[in-house]
Design a protein around this ligand. Structure first.
Ligand SMILES: Nc1ncnc2c1ncn2[C@@H]1O[C@H](COP(=O)(O)OP(=O)(O)OP(=O)(O)O)[C@@H](O)[C@H]1O
Ligand SMILES: [Mg+2]
Length: 564
């Protein structure tokens, strides 16, 4: 059992949990939810031992094995498969024991202990599932959307988002009693997400998952822990059930609050009337006490609304861009790798394009090329006069500098902008602007590196709005954002007057802001005529096709290997 008792958790001056008491029983599947920055990831820090409570008690069974996704970007030339196998800590230990015994044996072949140790290690390896470790690892890797021909590629040849998927696979590979997942769906697209849901449903241990994705939480959890106002409350249901119970509870609490306010007003009236009267002074006094003794019901704070809008663009060129006979892709070791061929399309003023495509087909490549992060391999991209691109690539939050604070980020932006437009902006203006993005007085001077995922994403959004773009290129902008902020983003996008190009696995967002779709697949970009339901069907079929291809490809590779 995991037990928190009167637990207090602080980060610098912020009290994140104030006397939280909670029990989680073995085998429970728990969703940990709450607004950006309430302390969900920090609570994980407590559970995995990297942080300590500031007061109160915390305990969990010491014999439990913990699995979690490492947050750092792995840098290694190990193959993807080996990297994931190493996630199986038990297997890794036994392998290490074997190597050690073998070294001893080589040093002294007559050492009887060494011989024994080798035999023992081989037995342990069998127990630890050595024989099918590679198959298990590959099932995880493929499930998370990698292609068969990528299984042996070195980890550092993958992009950031894909390396995080490998970290996830590695965590799932680890035999565990407690699995901690902090927003595991952020780097996944639809088919990998569906696969992960199925995997987690059959996980036997205790699981706690942080997520802002309602559908995902509903699919994999049956208990919800909610952090709000430094209180941690447990609800016995999945996310939808939690929302239902919470709104009921809010109504009840609001009613109780109003009743109490009536009663206080009534008592107060009596006090006001009689406090000056000697004969009634005592009664009045006892009513003052009654009010003081009352356990005050808090009013329901309407959770702080958050809204923002994009500024009206200074100009709207049309066409925004025209792409003529362009090939998109990467240059690796001086060699061009084309992902999408012969693109000839124009992007016009006011278009709202959703960019669709299965895993790894090149959606991000297309967006990066238009954002000038990558050069087109051939052909031309002509930009309209006055084109100002607002590019949001959340997977690489590297537009942010971890040691600088939000105000420093904005000051830098404002300086660059004023060099172009001669509009200077003072600190007060910048503070006000940050305030409108919910960065309060203290937060404007907090180092970005210590901020929560959602807070960073919100800052990137704010910086983009400041630049007053006329073309928005958004690549998975809702990752890390809580539901309220996502809704605010959808509203702002709907009112945006420029052109929008959006990659997202958030179907609700695509549906509400895009009115045409491009499909990136099989090396080309085509207009997609259907709606999102058709797209879902397309994805399933495409997934099947790719798997079939992979299978025949693998068979061919297998035959080659045997022949060799
Ligand atoms: N070292 C630190 N110094 C100051 N504040 C910190 C530090 N570390 C975290 N915080 C603050 O503590 C709060 C909780 O952070 P945490 O990462 O736990 O939030 P979260 O609930 O996981 O949010 P998100 O949904 O955005 O991931 C945030 O407001 C964050 O800015
Ligand atoms: Mg977090």
């Amino acid at each position: 059992m995991i037990i928190l008792k009167n637990l207090v958790l602080r980060r610098s001056a912020k009290v994140l949990l104030d006397r939280a008491s909670i029990t989680i029983t073995p085998g429970e599947k728990v969703g940990l939810v709450g607004r950006n920055g309430v302390g969900k990831s920090t609570l994980f820090g407590l559970l995995n031992g990297s942080l300590h409570e500031d007061a109160g008690e915390f305990s969990w069974p010491r014999q439990w094995r913990l699995a979690q996704v490492a947050q750092d970007m792995p840098e290694t030339s190990q193959s993807a498969t080996e990297f994931v196998i190493d996630g199986d800590t038990r297997l890794a230990e036994v392998r290490a024991a074997l190597t050690e015994a073998e070294t001893r044996f080589e040093a002294d072949p007559d050492d009887p202990d060494a011989g024994m140790a080798i035999a023992q290690a081989h037995a342990d390896l069998a127990d630890a599932g050595e024989h099918d470790a590679s198959a298990r690892a590959q099932a995880l890797i493929l499930g998370l959307g990698f292609r068969v021909d990528e299984l042996d590629n070195p980890v550092d040849s993958f992009s950031g988002g894909w390396r995080m998927r490998l970290q996830l696979a590695r965590a799932l590979m680890c035999p565990s009693d407690l699995l901690l997942l902090d927003e595991p769906t952020n780097h996944l697209d639809l088919d990998a997400l569906v696969w992960l849901e199925a995997w987690l449903k059959s996980y036997a241990g205790t699981m706690i998952v942080i997520s802002h994705d309602r559908e995902f939480l509903d699919a994999v959890t049956s208990v919800t822990l909610h952090i709000d106002n430094a209180q941690l409350v447990r609800y016995g249901g999945n996310y939808s059930k939690f929302e239902e119970m919470r709104s009921e509870q809010m109504l009840l609490q609001q009613a109780a609050f109003e009743r109490q306010q009536d009663r206080i007003a009534h008592l107060q009236k009596f006090i006001d009337r009689f406090k000056a009267k000697a004969s009634k002074a005592k009664q009045a006094q006892s009513r003052v006490k009654a009010i003081e003794r009352m356990e005050k019901v808090a009013p329901m704070l309407a959770s702080a609304d958050f809204n923002f809008e994009f500024k009206e663009p200074r100009s709207i060129p049309s066409p925004m861009l025209s792409i003529a006979g362009a090939d998109f892709g990467y240059v690796v070791d001086g060699e061009a790798r084309t992902i999408v061929r012969k693109v000839s399309r124009s992007v016009l003023a006011g278009q709202r394009i959703g960019i669709l495509g299965a895993n790894g087909q090149g959606k991000s490549t297309v967006v990066k090329t238009i954002a000038r992060d990558l050069a087109a391999l051939s052909g031309t991209i002509t930009e309209g006069k006055g084109l100002t691109i607002g590019y949001f690539a959340q997977q690489e939050l590297d537009v942010l500098r971890p040691h600088d604070n939000p105000l420093q980020h904005m000051t830098r932006l404002a300086r660059e902008a004023s060099a172009q437009s001669r509009e200077a902006s003072g600190e007060q203006v910048l503070r006000g602007f940050l305030g409108s993005f919910n960065f309060s007085g203290d937060m404007v001077s907090q180092a970005v590196g210590t901020m929560s995922g959602g807070e960073k994403a919100r800052l990137v959004l704010a910086m983009m709005v400041w630049q007053r773009p006329n073309l928005l290129l958004l690549d998975e902008p809702t990752n890390h954002l809580d539901l309220v902020t996502r809704e605010a983003l959808a509203m702002a996008l709907n009112q945006f007057e420029g052109t929008l190009m959006l990659v997202s696995h958030d179907r609700a967002l695509l549906r509400s802001v895009c009115d045409e779709f491009w499909l990136v697949g099989r090396g080309a970009i085509n207009a997609f005529d259907g709606d999102l339901d058709d797209y879902q069907i397309y994805l399933l079929e495409e997934g099947r096709r790719l798997r079939d291809e992979a299978r025949t490809g693998r068979n061919a590779a297998g035959t080659r290997a045997k022949a060799a």
